[in-house]
Design a protein around this ligand. Structure first.
Ligand code: HEM
Ligand SMILES: *[C@@H]1O[C@H](CO)[C@@H](O)[C@H](O)[C@H]1NC(C)=O
Ligand SMILES: *[C@@H]1O[C@H](CO)[C@@H](O)[C@H](O)[C@H]1NC(C)=O
Ligand SMILES: *[C@@H]1O[C@H](CO)[C@@H](O)[C@H](O)[C@H]1NC(C)=O
Ligand SMILES: *[C@@H]1O[C@H](CO)[C@@H](O)[C@H](O)[C@H]1NC(C)=O
Ligand SMILES: *[C@@H]1O[C@H](CO)[C@@H](O)[C@H](O)[C@H]1NC(C)=O
Ligand SMILES: *[C@@H]1O[C@H](CO)[C@@H](O)[C@H](O)[C@H]1NC(C)=O
Ligand SMILES: *[C@@H]1O[C@H](CO)[C@@H](O)[C@H](O)[C@H]1NC(C)=O
Length: 324
């Protein structure tokens, strides 16, 4: 009787512990060095492939950092963004300029050659994002592994879940909170706009006929505004033209994005609002410190990389399609 009772108490405690652990990890236990016994060379092989591909076209590095965001915010970090098909996430207009898919393919082939069927595509996205920041002179972070790949991907889910650049701070805070991410983590993750580009259509509303009182967004630096007007004329602007988001050090993964915000040089409303809004202004200022930013960015990418992770699912053999 006593044994049964304490046993059942014991299993209740274990059960509750498991629920707590599961809740923290959104359904599965992610781990550092996840492949250390099942595929000890996985991280090295992936990094080598990512470095080699990104060195051929450095623009892809920013694409791969963005890839983790666009994967994790739509149905969790499950590589759904990689699936090919008529109406999958990658066909959505928000993903029109998303790039780096071929880099994932090369990394996947390389890791399949050493450990067939072991490393998930969702994990490869997380490693590739980290390795890309290292290639842009960032410091990197330890990436957790253990995600399973999902099997569904819908364009309209991407359109609904990913933010347009016109969002204000309230909307951004809400969107990140829905994934268990804090307003501080939202500001830190926005710091990835320290690399990469945007297109004219994403900010043109800030340049012309902005409001009844201001033809140009008053929170946009007037020197930068004049330059952007030349690059993006009101009509028939060049839709393929790429505009740097961090004009101070566009190719460096550093904290200069936040310095730019203090000079009203944020390219999108969603960037500049972080400095203008009293809820996030102090966070922006604290992240100007390089070491603080690098440390906090890694921590925030680990948190974003745990959103909606699946413990059930497959390890796709080809990241673009489900296994037979
Ligand atoms: C906070 C809300 C966010 C909004 C509204 C936003 C919006 C955008 C937009 C509109 C672009 C440019 C698209 C184009 O015209 O080509 C862009 C690019 C980019 N975003 Fe974000 N983003 C956000 C958060 C993030 C996060 C959390 C990350 C990663 C952690 C990220 C990483 C990037 C990168 C690296 C690029 C450049 C891509 C390239 O050069 O190919 N963004 N983002
Ligand atoms: C692999 O890494 C995990 C987590 O860091 C650790 O608990 C485990 O002991 C490691 N296994 C080996 C074989 O190194
Ligand atoms: C996409 O649609 C076309 C025409 O409807 C069809 O032939 C093709 O098989 C579809 N592709 C996939 C991957 O579903
Ligand atoms: C990284 O820094 C080194 C040394 O300062 C520099 O030579 C290199 O060009 C930088 N890499 C990038 C991508 O800017
Ligand atoms: C943010 O935008 C929403 C939707 O347009 C609006 O209702 C809200 O008042 C705005 N909040 C702030 C603080 O600007
Ligand atoms: C701005 O608004 C005016 C009056 O509505 C219009 O004539 C003009 O074409 C608009 N300019 C742009 C760039 O949209
Ligand atoms: C548009 O921009 C792209 C990319 O910078 C450039 O290659 C192309 O020549 C531009 N097209 C026109 C018509 O200026
Ligand atoms: C606008 O940008 C220029 C160039 O970076 C800078 O010197 C100036 O202080 C900025 N203006 C404002 C209001 O921050």
């Amino acid at each position: 009787m006593a044994i049964t009772k304490s046993f059942s108490l014991f299993s209740t405690v274990i059960f509750l512990l498991r629920i707590t652990v599961d809740a923290q990890n959104y359904g599965t236990a992610l781990q550092d060095n996840f492949y250390n016994s099942s595929c000890p060379d996985a991280e090295t092989v992936i990094q080598k492939a990512v470095f080699a591909e990104v060195d051929k076209n450095l623009k892809l590095a920013a694409g791969l950092i963005r890839m983790q965001f666009h994967d994790c915010f739509v149905g969790g970090c499950d590589a759904s963004v990689l699936l090919d098909g008529n109406d999958t996430e990658k066909t959505a207009s928000v993903n029109q300029h998303l790039r780096g898919f071929e880099v994932i393919d090369v990394a996947k082939e390389a890791v399949e050659a050493v450990c067939p069927g072991v490393v998930s595509c969702a994990d490869i996205i997380a490693y590739a994002a980290r390795d890309s920041t290292i290639r842009l002179n960032g410091t990197g972070w330890a990436v957790q592994g253990g995600r399973k790949d999902g099997c569904v991907s819908f364009a309209n889910a991407a359109e609904e879940e990913l933010p347009p650049p016109t969002l204000n701070v309230s909307q951004l805070i809400d969107l990140f909170a829905q994934r268990g991410l804090s307003e501080k983590q939202m500001v830190i993750l926005s710091g990835s706009h320290t690399v990469g580009v945007g297109h004219c259509d994403k900010f043109i509303e800030r340049l012309y006929n902005f409001s009844e009182t201001h033809s140009t967004d008053p929170s946009l630096n007037s020197t930068l505004a004049e330059q952007l007007k030349k690059e993006c004329p009101p009509r028939n602007f060049n839709t393929t033209l790429e505009i740097f988001m961090d004009v101070i050090t566009p190719g460096q993964f550093d904290a200069k994005y936040y310095v730019g915000l203090t000079k009203q040089e944020g390219l999108f409303t969603s960037d500049q609002s972080l400095f203008e809004d009293s809820r996030t202004n102090d966070i922006v200022k604290s992240l100007i410190d390089e070491r603080t930013f690098e440390r906090e960015f890694g921590k925030a990418m680990r948190a974003m990389g745990a959103v909606g992770v699946k413990s059930e699912g497959s390890v796709r053999l080809n990241c673009r399609m489900n296994n037979e």
